[in-house]
Ligand binder design. Structure first.
Ligand SMILES: NC(=O)c1ccc[n+]([C@@H]2O[C@H](COP(=O)([O-])OP(=O)(O)OC[C@H]3O[C@@H](n4cnc5c(N)ncnc54)[C@H](OP(=O)(O)O)[C@@H]3O)[C@@H](O)[C@H]2O)c1
Length: 297
């Protein structure tokens, strides 16, 4: 820990109602740093669990990545901004954020990117978009930190309804493995990066402690729930239809390609970055699922 870690900072979290930034907010709220939490749906729908502790200064600001003026307003006086965007089909949002950060003379950008940017041959829409976002941020002149996680363990929550109703899970390549990481671990690393200049210019690939397949995760959930579960292989068209229910066609195709890369073994390597930065081992899927078991019951 360096001396810079103890200075009170104004930290802006974009995507504050989302999976990772809401956990970053919860972690930082009691620390005394000034937080601005942004999204299209705040302050009416506050980020879950971002409860301010004693002495915390948290404000919620409505901000749309399509609206440069709202971004400039949100970033004014920011020592650091967590950049979370989630729509590769609208890259103007990423350009708007960078432009506003430059206009507001933001001190540090912490970018939630993806481990896939390092995968050879990964040129799907999502990975190409994240690579280009990283390239622009690295070149912009503002100090940066890249956060590059593997798949979030929270993907298993997509099975919750089928587990409750049919004791079943499903995946396109059920035996392919991914070194998936707990969003709580990602949030802890981001909180460190936002509050200590020692992380400037660093890229952190974040994984869980082991690579698991959908079948492995189903087995773990079955053990924790104390009842049998089955894991079914989706056909390609079933998987595509599932993605299309949630994403535009270009995203659905990117996610299919990403699943194929996983089947080819591209996502199974684990690393020690979470442990090196936090001083404790990364959260296992068993531990994550135990903490979230109520969602599957
Ligand atoms: N899922 C994975 O396994 C995985 C793995 C590696 C990397 N990643 C990366 O992680 C990032 C997503 O993180 P996440 O899952 O924590 O986010 P998320 O849950 O998808 O949340 C993103 C938030 O952004 C806000 N948002 C969306 N459009 C907006 C707009 N136009 N203006 C302002 N706010 C907007 C939304 O809140 P409002 O509705 O309130 O605006 C939403 O809550 C992506 O860049 C993805 O590539 C994901």
């Amino acid at each position: 820990m360096t001396a810079t870690a103890h200075r009170t900072r104004h930290l802006v979290l974009t995507g504050a109602s989302g999976t990772v930034a809401s956990l970053v907010a919860r972690r930082l709220a009691p620390t005394g740093h000034r937080l601005t939490l942004t999204g299209r749906t705040v302050p009416g729908d506050r980020p879950r669990d971002a409860t301010a502790g004693p002495g915390a200064a948290v404000r919620y600001l409505v901000c749309d990545h399509e609206d440069p003026a709202s971004l400039r307003e949100a970033f004014r006086g920011a020592d650091a901004v967590l950049v979370v965007t989630n729509d590769p089909t609208r890259p103007q949002q990423d350009r708007n954020i960078l432009r506003a950060a430059l206009d507001a003379s933001v001190g540090h950008l912490v970018k939630l990117s993806a481990a896939a940017v390092h995968d050879p041959g990964a040129d799907d829409l999502v990975t190409s978009w994240q690579r280009e976002n990283e390239r622009r941020i690295r070149a912009c002149g503002i100090p940066w930190t890249m956060i590059q996680p593997r798949s979030f363990m929270t993907h298993a929550l997509a099975w919750a309804q089928d587990i409750r109703a049919r004791s079943a899970t499903a995946a396109l390549h059920p035996d392919s493995r991914n070194a998936c990481v707990a969003p709580e671990d990602i949030a802890e690393v981001i909180a460190l990066a936002l509050t200590d200049d020692v992380h400037h210019g660093r890229s952190y690939q974040l994984t869980g402690p082991q690579a698991l397949s959908a079948q492995d995760q189903t087995r773990i959930l079955a053990e924790l729930l104390g009842r049998p579960l089955t894991c079914r292989a989706l056909t390609r068209s079933e998987a595509r239809a599932g993605f299309l229910r949630r994403y535009p066609p270009a995203m659905a195709e990117a996610l299919l390609l990403s699943a194929d890369r996983q089947a080819a073994g591209a996502k199974s390597a684990t690393g020690d970055t979470v442990e090196r930065l936090t001083g404790r081992p990364p959260t296992s899927f068993t531990r994550w699922a135990t903490a979230h078991l109520h969602r599957f019951v």
